[in-house]
Design a protein around this ligand. Structure first.
Ligand SMILES: [Zn+2]
Length: 253
């Protein structure tokens, strides 16, 4: 998906002009909804066409809107449907519009990051002894480094029971700007899986009610989740202005 501001603006202008010329009783509304991203409803003197702001990053789909509008929202082409799906998934992945995330990041508290290179064993020792002292301590290792390429999704940590219990952490967590509480949170999550293994219940789901209640015991649970929602795109795609300045050759940039 291309989503430069210029493209979006030019597509919006194009649709506006088309409406004025061919459907003068239709009013365009640009939405930022999380579920209904395209809709058309009748009002007193015409219609309101509501289009998600991110759909304008899909020019081919935008050019199919005239047909969709002329059919009063009945004829949805497969291309338009696909673009709507893309916008939907993209938004879920990023947890809000770009603008919205930017605004939230601007007021988000500054969180301290561990000194690099991160002492992974020391970090696990800390989380284990603070909250999981009653059970054994698994091993912890870094996962395979995907290099600098863009990722479409990420698994921050994983837990394996065999051959002997161990936790793997994703190397993207070595970015110098990833806060300490986020690393702790991931280790805490994986240690909850280890606790399930140590205190088994037959047939229990991976992320059961019991698991979720343990996980919420981490004092910064909400803050860590909020950080993830706001900064995920930087972990997936990089945060150039910071990575270039701070990331050394041993950090897997
Ligand atoms: Zn899990």
């Amino acid at each position: 998906m291309i989503d430069s501001d210029d493209l979006i603006k030019s597509q919006q202008a194009w649709l506006m002009t088309w409406l004025q010329r061919h459907q003068p009783t239709c009013r365009l509304r640009i939405n930022n909804n999380r579920s209904t991203m395209l809709s058309m409803r009748a009002e007193k003197h015409g219609y309101v066409v509501s289009v998600h702001e991110r759909l304008f990053g899909h020019p081919l789909a935008i050019h199919e809107l005239p047909t969709w509008i002329a059919s009063r929202g009945r004829k949805t082409s497969s291309l338009l449907r696909q673009a709507l799906m893309d916008v939907f998934h993209d938004q879920r992945q990023q947890g809000g519009s770009k603008e919205q995330l930017k605004k939230e990041r601007a007021v988000f508290p500054a969180l301290s990051a561990p000194t690099q290179p991160l002492d992974l064993d020391g970090a696990l020792d800390h989380v284990h002894s603070t909250w999981f002292g009653a059970i054994s301590r698994p091993l912890v290792v870094w996962g395979r480094d995907p290099g600098a390429r863009n990722l479409s999704s990420i698994r921050f940590g994983s837990y394996r029971r065999r051959p002997s219990p161990f936790i793997t952490l994703h190397p993207r967590l070595r970015r110098t700007w990833v806060p300490w509480i986020f690393i702790e949170h991931v280790l805490f999550h994986e240690l909850c899986h280890h606790r399930q293994f140590c205190e088994p219940i037959r047939g229990e789901a991976q992320h059961s009610v019991r698991f979720r209640s343990w996980e919420r015991a981490y004092p910064q649970h909400q803050l860590a989740n909020d950080w993830q929602r706001l900064y995920l795109e930087f972990i997936l795609h990089g945060r150039p202005e910071i990575d270039e300045r701070l990331t050394g050759p041993d950090l897997g940039a």
